[in-house]
Ligand binder design. Structure first.
Ligand code: 5AD
Ligand code: SF4
Length: 478
């Protein structure tokens, strides 16, 4: 489903840029058509995504542009144009990409016309680009996070060139609206509300690779949401690295709570989610809005990172354990059946047994429905990478296992509270193991398997929650 949006956005400069890129897309289409005819089959593409929801949304944009250029999507990587949209938040994300480039080289040897492109956060790092130039010369195109909207232009260049093209911008430009995009799912979609991050948590590479925080205009966001709903979307996820500071960089300041209210009043929009919330910017106003609108999902992902005030200060998080716990109390008082999920890092430089005990204490008190747990990964260029007191690997591993065991046990215990309840479930796909079942999500983001058929995909149906299996449920359509 290609979404060619009408060109009526709020910024004259970006309209001009959009026009230019659409013209490059026309040129790319000619080239792809001519080559497909010459080869006797339609040229194919594949986009592989690593990392977060923001990258997933960027991949939908790249997919939309490749479809508009006349390529046909292929499920496997033995395609004529392959893009890796990379992540660099932890070191193992980088290693995965290097590992898989070897496979791609194998495909390219069989199909020398194949084009390989790398983009995303990892490409914003100088060391990565140098390494690729030196050790992976078969890569045809490297671009970064700031110039993704220039992809049609880059596509034409790469189709007309035999040498490696590298185009990385250090700074972001304007936000360019209205380029083609697709949705992976016809019934749900992410919507970017802001890009970049200004928080500089000391362990995190995101502000360096995604640039400074900038918000989209509210009218552009609302227009996109309204159009999605008209097109049959029932669930929208508003996306940003720190949605709670939405609007602070706009001339006419508007809060995230205000934006959320506007989105929630779009007629026929059944579900709204958002990611990610920084605890330092979570306002009472936002809690009130979440509690007041039935179509705002009762789920909050609220990254804790650490329960120790010393670690939180060293991480530059700008909140304390007490403040975090008070937010949780306020959220539960306003929205009693809310599910809470989090991110926790173990082994930040200088973390002592006492610091770790504080993290475990928050886990015991909050009783998260689920938690993503990470071993601290040293990212070159971040302040934490130069900090003293890097914790020994075996100690970190021991703490990590202890934490994982507790979050899993608590998550399973917490999930019992919805057994026996009736829930609205949005059916997302056929069950991967058992095709007589379908899989969907409750409003609170929990996964449910139930008997069903493909026809139900995209529908919201009432379900009796029969049994909890720890991190998913078995249900029965009502
Ligand atoms: N090491 C480990 N985890 C990290 N995260 C971000 N940077 C690092 C790092 N250097 C985690 C944080 C963040 C999530 C997306 O990734 O918990 O919330
Ligand atoms: Fe990274 Fe912190 Fe920004 Fe999240 S808020 S992207 S953890 S710097």
């Amino acid at each position: 489903m290609i979404d060619f949006k009408e060109n009526v956005n709020s910024n004259q400069k970006t309209t001009e840029e959009t026009r230019q890129q659409m013209s490059f897309l026309g040129q790319a289409k000619e080239l792809v058509k001519e080559r497909s005819e010459r080869r006797g089959y339609p040229l194919t593409f594949h986009v592989t995504t690593f990392g977060c929801q923001m990258n997933a949304r960027d991949s939908e944009k790249l997919t939309g542009m490749l479809l508009a250029a006349g390529y046909v999507e292929k499920e496997t990587e033995d395609a004529d144009f392959v893009i890796y949209n990379t992540c660099t938040v932890r070191e193992n994300a980088n290693n995965k990409v290097y590992g898989r480039l070897g496979y791609l080289h194998g495909y390219k040897k069989q199909n020398p016309q194949m084009k390989i492109a790398l983009c995303g956060c990892m490409m914003q790092e100088d060391v990565v680009v140098s390494k690729i130039k030196q050790s992976y010369p078969f890569v045809d195109l490297i671009f970064g996070t700031h110039n993704i909207y220039k992809f049609p232009e880059l596509l034409v260049s790469v189709l007309e060139s035999e040498s490696q093209i590298v185009d990385i911008w250090k700074e972001h430009g304007d936000i360019v609206e209205d380029l083609p995009s697709v949705r992976k799912y016809p019934f749900k979609s992410g919507v970017n509300i802001m890009y970049g991050c200004n928080n500089f948590c000391t362990y995190c590479i995101v502000p360096y690779v995604r640039g400074r925080e900038r918000s989209r205009q509210p009218r552009d966001i609302l227009r996109e949401c309204e159009r999605l709903v008209k097109d049959g979307v029932v669930e929208i996820m508003l996306l940003g690295q720190n949605v709670n500071s939405y609007g602070k960089t706009l001339q006419q300041e508007i809060s995230f709570a205000d934006l959320l209210k506007e989105v929630a009043t779009i007629p026929d929009l059944q579900r709204i989610r958002f990611m990610t919330s920084h605890p330092k910017d979570l306002s009472d106003e936002l809690i009130e809005v979440m509690a007041s609108y039935k179509n705002i999902c009762p789920h909050l992902h609220l990254p804790l990172q650490s329960g120790s005030d010393t670690m939180l200060a060293a991480m530059n998080r700008h909140y304390t354990k007490a403040h975090y716990l008070s937010l949780v109390d306020r959220l539960r008082a306003a929205i009693p059946d809310i599910t809470l999920t989090t991110d926790i890092i173990v082994g930040f430089p200088g973390e002592t047994e006492d610091d770790f005990a504080e993290t475990m204490d928050v886990v015991e008190r909050v009783r998260y429905d689920s938690a993503f747990t990470f071993i601290y990964s040293k990212r070159t260029g971040t302040p934490a990478s130069a900090m003293d007191g890097q914790v020994a690997k075996n100690i970190v591993k021991g703490r990590f296992n202890q934490l994982l065991e507790r979050v899993q046990t608590i998550g399973a215990e917490q999930s019992e509270r919805f057994v026996g309840s009736k829930q609205k479930v949005l059916i997302e796909h056929l069950n991967e193991q058992d095709p007589s079942l379908v899989t969907g999500r409750m409003m609170n983001n929990s996964i449910v398997h139930l008997a069903g058929t493909e026809k139900m995909i995209g529908q919201v149906i009432p379900v009796n929650i029969k049994e909890s299996k720890g991190f998913y449920y078995l249900g029965e359509p009502l």
